[in-house]
Structure formats: structure tokens, C-alpha cells
Design a protein around this ligand. Structure first.
Ligand code: CIR
Length: 253
């Protein structure tokens, strides 16, 4: 169960962030509205949400998930793989130091975006993406082991981040799409296959038995409802334009 979340609204520079999506430039005013509604949805799930100040120097800094990995025993400050995002971790560190007794850090030559890390209980899957390298994954696994957890590196080829294509719904259940459909590493799970036309909604977000589903993906919404979860649809079109999804917009603990 989660009790808290940390978020950071986008700054006006958000529209100049990194993207591969061909969906047009985000509307900043609408992005702010959607971010506020996202925070409301987290609160509706019972979380106490910290809303940090926007950070205009870092266009992608609303995607706070990438800057840290939060566990029950240790908060890991990452070393983001994109040059323009690297300092987001240092920006997050004092926020974490106020909240976590034990911090650890990913250091050079390691790089790691926590959007590449999926937590399933005490075990962590770490995608080897264009942002997260083997050194970063090895460092994270060593940190996790020191704190009684374990993890494994997951090779990947197509997605931006691991959680672009696979997310835990707890109960030994995953939402999977694209290159993760049928992946051996996930064969012990009940894998709910997201249809390709709704691949973006593979990044739905389990919070305390409610699943946040991005608005506009009716098939995934129906799949998740059919499994018995409460659902909340959250509009994030302006974040999809910058390759971000529901999980990217918060750190939960
Ligand atoms: C980036 O390319 O880094 C951002 N525009 C999107 C980051 C999305 N974060 C995530 O999937 N955890």
C-alpha cells in the first residue's frame, strides 16, 4: 500500500522537453490542468501528495518518476540517462532526504531512469533501455540486495522505458504490450495483453487497488474493470505528447 506521493507540475519550458512522439506540441495550460487533475486522482486514492515547485531549468522534470526509486527501506537517487535530465536527480535528493532515513545513489558510469524499474513486492525488474545501462542496473541490484530486496536486468529494444510496456497490477498480474508480450522473464505472471492500438495504456497505475487508466483507452479500461479493480480515468494527452505516462508523473511510497 502507498500512503504518499511526490509530484512536480510542468514549467513553461515543458514544451521543449525530449520527445519521440509525433503528436504535436503540448498545450502548456492544458498540461497544467491535467497535472492538477492527476494530483486530485492520487488524493482520491488516499495518498498525501507533495506538489513541488516547477523547475523551469529542466523541461522534463514533471516526470519525477525517473529521478528516484523509492522502496520501504531505501530511497535511491538515480542518474538519468539523458544529459538534459541528469541534474533532475540532484534536484530531487533534498526532497528525499527530508522523507527517507536511508539514501543511496547511482553513480557514473551507471545511468538509470526509474521509469525502467518495476517493483513487484520485494523484487525489481530493471529494463536495459537507451537510458539505463548495465552499470546502472548492477549498481541498483547491489543496493537492493543490501536492503533485503533483489532484482534482475531485463534486456529490451523498442520501448523508451520498461514501464512504457509493462506495469504491475499486483496479485501476480501484469499489463503487458509490444516487446513484453510473451517475454520469458514475465512467464510466472498472469499477463494481461494490451492491444497494440491501446499500447499507451499499458502504463496504467495501480494505487491501493484502484487503477488509474489514461483517458481514451476503452479496451484497457474494460480489461482492468473486468479484473475487479476500481478505476479512475485520468486525461494525460499533453504528457503523452512528450512520451510520458501516468506512472512517470509521480513518485509513490
Ligand atoms: C523523456 O524522454 O525523458 C521524457 N520526455 C518522458 C519521460 C517519461 N518517463 C517515464 O516513462 N518514466
Amino acid at each position: 500500500m502507498f500512503t504518499h506521493a511526490i509530484t512536480r507540475p510542468p514549467a513553461p519550458s515543458y514544451v521543449d522537453g525530449i520527445t519521440t512522439a509525433d503528436l504535436g506540441r503540448p498545450d502548456y495550460a492544458l498540461a497544467l490542468q491535467q497535472h492538477a487533475a492527476y494530483v486530485d486522482a492520487l488524493r482520491a486514492c488516499g495518498l498525501e501528495v507533495t506538489v513541488l515547485e516547477p523547475a523551469p531549468a529542466y523541461p522534463d522534470s514533471c516526470f519525477v518518476e525517473d529521478s528516484a526509486l523509492l522502496t520501504g527501506k531505501v530511497a535511491v537517487v538515480t542518474r538519468p540517462g539523458a544529459d538534459s535530465r541528469r541534474e533532475e536527480a540532484a534536484l530531487m535528493e533534498p526532497v528525499l532526504a527530508e522523507r527517507f532515513a536511508t539514501l543511496a545513489r547511482i553513480v557514473a558510469p551507471g545511468t538509470l531512469d526509474a521509469g525502467d524499474v518495476m517493483m513487484v513486492g520485494d523484487f525489481f525488474y530493471i529494463g536495459l533501455s537507451a537510458r539505463t545501462n548495465e552499470a546502472g542496473a548492477e549498481q541498483l541490484i547491489a543496493i537492493l540486495k543490501r536492503h533485503g530486496y533483489d532484482g534482475i536486468a531485463v534486456p529490451m529494444a523498442e520501448m523508451l522505458h520498461l514501464k512504457t510496456g509493462v506495469n504491475s497490477l499486483e496479485h501476480n498480474r501484469l499489463l503487458v504490450t509490444g516487446e513484453f508480450v510473451g517475454a520469458k522473464v514475465f512467464e510466472g505472471f498472469e499477463c494481461i495483453e494490451v492491444p497494440p492500438e491501446e499500447a499507451y495504456a499499458a502504463n496504467s497505475l495501480w494505487i491501493n487497488e484502484t487503477v488509474l487508466v489514461p483517458a481514451g483507452f476503452p479496451k484497457v479500461l474494460a480489461q482492468v474493470k473486468a479484473l475487479g479493480y476500481a478505476t479512475l480515468e485520468v486525461a494525460v494527452s499533453e504528457f503523452q505528447k512528450m512520451d510520458g505516462g501516468l506512472s512517470c508523473l509521480s513518485l509513490r511510497y
